[in-house]
Design a protein around this ligand. Structure first.
Ligand SMILES: O=C[C@H](O)[C@@H](O)[C@H](O)CC(=O)O
Length: 271
């Protein structure tokens, strides 16, 4: 089972390109799924959710989103994820329909999680994101929390963006969240949507379990997706390139409690 989903580029409608589409039909993921779309200006995409909730993140460009009986005109705060400006998102509750109408060339990520529990449609403005500067030495990263577990706006979905500059590591030291053992650890699947700057760059990502029954190390390229059904999942960024990834997490309980690999936990405690 490969955990790596290379970028595709399928024109599903005139001016609407499907870059990623990872879900239960082509992955072992039970709680998470993702679409990434690139829309030409003035093009639109519409969908009706079944028993899923969705988080629509305007990765780049300006988009008008209608969902249920609400309309959010011209949202989106950046031309590239690497502008490092927190962007706008829309939460759409289970069973509702939504439409994306691109005002400019736009890139949109749609995160999904199965549920029949309804939460209201909500615009999540970039300016409410909790920003964190995590790490020291060569594991510094910038974290922009879009839908963290302390915002009770969703039934299952957790969304976060992470920037890791040249020569640094993130999701490091390695941690896991694949044991339903609260309050110590929560069980959350995770999907990584990666972008690189410059685009020809790559990162190394390893996904592995304590018993190494799962142990896959990948060279991940621009707009690839990596799924983390379980296990530790560190990311290393080669010199000269900057990394972006958006994480989608979901599981039985919407809380992020992780367990650091004990043999590497000393990394955190260095003076
Ligand atoms: O479990 C969460 C993901 O691994 C990332 O969001 C990670 O926490 C980001 C980081 O702190 O490096």
């Amino acid at each position: 089972m490969s955990l790596l989903y290379p970028k595709q580029n399928q024109e599903i409608q005139p001016g609407v390109h499907l870059i990623q589409d990872v879900n239960a039909t082509n992955s072992p993921m039970k709680y998470t799924a993702v679409k990434v779309l690139e829309l030409d200006a003035q093009r639109s995409f519409a969908e009706t959710l079944g028993n899923f909730e969705a988080g629509i993140v305007i990765l780049a460009g300006k988009v008008t989103v209608t969902a249920g009986d609400q309309r959010f005109e011209g949202i989106g705060q950046r031309q590239s994820v690497f502008d490092k400006i927190p962007t706008d998102s829309v939460y759409v509750g289970t069973g509702l329909s939504f439409k994306l109408a691109a005002q400019t060339t736009a890139k949109v990520l749609i995160a999904y999680s199965p549920t029949t529990t309804s939460f209201p449609v909500r615009l999540i403005k970039g300016d409410i994101h909790q920003i964190e500067h995590r790490g020291r030495y060569q594991n510094k990263r910038l974290v922009q929390n879009i839908l963290p577990d302390d915002l009770p706006f969703a039934d299952k979905l957790l969304l976060v963006e992470v920037y890791t500059d040249s020569g640094n590591w993130s999701s490091y030291p390695p941690h896991r969240h694949d044991h339903d053992n609260l309050p110590t650890e929560s069980l959350l699947e995770e999907i990584y949507y990666h972008e690189m700057q410059p685009k020809q760059g790559f990162v190394f990502q390893r996904v592995y379990t304590d018993d190494l029954s799962l142990n896959e190390t990948m060279a991940v390229q621009n707009q690839d997706v990596v799924i983390v059904p379980k296990g530790y999942h560190p990311v290393g960024v080669p010199d000269g390139y900057d990394s972006y990834y958006l994480n989608i997490m979901a599981g039985p309980i919407r809380v992020w409690h992780f367990h650091n690999a004990p043999e590497h936990a000393w990394i955190i405690d260095r003076k």
